[in-house]
Design a protein around this ligand. Structure first.
Ligand SMILES: Nc1ncnc2c1ncn2[C@@H]1O[C@H](COP(=O)(O)OP(=O)(O)O)[C@@H](O)[C@H]1O
Ligand SMILES: CC(=O)OP(=O)(O)O
Ligand SMILES: [Mg+2]
Length: 365
């Protein structure tokens, strides 16, 4: 029986395509392109991958970064999908327009293969009202609420944490940091998301590699009134020229380059990293206020997985919560980087959104 799903992860700066066996969860083929998903190079790789595997795949599973109100859970693509997705484009302008294009391209390349949209917001459907509400007048609150993102990554990290601790997911309390191109932190209580730092859109919460994260709302008003830049220019700067890239004066959005520069004496790079770690630690400390115990602190996402200097600095700042900071370097596999017997353990989990996508899409069909 054919059990292979194509997974499409249109990130802000990259396109990840994988062919995943939904039974043994092995990845058979991968194509990762480091240009935005609708750049010519990414589209060429997409067409080639779909051409090779599209007709024989059981499904094409797309990561939908913002599910909004229309797509609370994974759902097969139908004739209304594209018009509904258009309504979400403004909420995640770096992600949803790419997904629209890739859904349409798939329908063209593999018309008989069912497509499924898997929302990154889905994992957070358990957020209680106190974490969903924004303190705004009632006339705005029906539109503006907190959603939460990186849900595919959190769902996978929870599954792995459960396997590593040998405890049912429903009995796990954890603080999880997804640190990649976009960054957020999530509090998991008894296996459910109860709070997270990203709210209405993926521009919010803690600072990221290129995105600002939260900003004093008055700063935005001030910029629009006084900076001489128009609305689109201000938005583009917050989405693409801020975060690590902005703080390092355009030097890099990549923590590997910034760590190297900081070690060679570049103070601007060091400051950018310090602010980044402060944001992550503050996010984790804030999320801890939702829990009465913590079974594990988990780092995932590309940076969470492969940047030990960031993990150490973040954990050093969490000493008051009893989080160990004497951590080992990178691992080849998922597991603890804290010493044996230290509590709560600090775990690293390789981001595997493609496996979670394949699992969720198969369930939705
Ligand atoms: N230490 C790092 N390792 C890998 N990627 C990093 C690192 N530091 C920063 N990055 C950035 O994170 C991105 C990878 O994260 P990912 O979430 O997969 O990307 P995207 O934002 O496209 O979804 C890369 O584009 C890179 O710019
Ligand atoms: C939601 C989000 O920030 O996604 P990414 O990290 O892929 O940019
Ligand atoms: Mg990503």
């Amino acid at each position: 029986m054919n059990t292979r799903a194509i997974t499409v992860n249109a990130g802000s700066n990259s396109l990840r395509l994988d062919l995943v066996d939904t039974q043994d969860l092995r990845v058979h083929e991968s194509q990762h392109t480091s240009t935005p998903p609708t750049a010519p190079e990414s589209l060429r790789d997409f067409d080639e991958f779909l051409g090779q595997h599209g007709e024989r795949a059981t499904t094409v599973a797309h990561r939908l970064v913002h599910g909004g109100e229309h797509f609370p859970q994974p759902r097969p693509v139908d004739e209304n999908t594209v018009s509904r997705l258009h309504e979400l484009e403004a909420l995640a302008p770096q992600h949803v327009p790419s997904t629209v294009q890739l859904v349409q391209r798939t329908a063209h390349a593999a018309p008989s293969t069912p497509q499924v949209l898997c929302p990154d917001t889905g994992f957070h459907h358990t957020l209680p009202a106190e974490s969903r509400l924004e303190p705004l007048p009632s006339r705005w609150r029906s539109q503006i609420r907190r959603y939460g993102f990186h849900g595919l990554s959190y769902a996978w990290a929870l599954r792995r944490t459960s396997e590593l601790l040998g405890r049912d997911a429903e009995r796990i309390n954890a603080l999880v940091a997804h640190v990649g191109g976009g960054c957020s932190v999530c509090a998991i209580h008894n296996g459910r998301s109860v709070d997270t730092t990203m709210g209405f859109t993926p521009l919010s919460g803690i600072m990221m590699t290129r995105r600002s994260g939260d900003l004093d709302p008055s700063a935005l008003v001030w910029l629009l009134r006084n900076s001489g830049e128009d609305l689109d220019e201000v938005e583009a700067a917050l989405q693409r020229e801020s975060g690590l890239l902005g703080l390092s004066n355009g030097y890099s959005d990549d923590t590997r380059e910034l760590v190297e520069a900081a070690e060679a004496g570049n103070d601007t790079a060091r400051t950018a990293l310090t602010v980044f770690c402060r944001h992550l630690a503050s996010g984790l400390a804030a999320m801890a206020t939702n829990l009465d115990s913590v079974d594990a602190v988990v780092f995932t996402g590309e940076i969470g997985w492969n940047q030990p200097e960031v993990r150490r600095e973040v954990c050093r700042r969490l000493a008051l919560l009893g989080v160990p900071a004497d951590l080992s370097d990178n691992r080849q596999d998922d597991g603890p980087v804290s010493g044996s017997g230290e509590r709560p353990p600090v775990l690293v989990v390789q981001p595997r959104e493609e496996i979670q996508l394949a699992l969720e899409a198969t369930r939705a069909l």
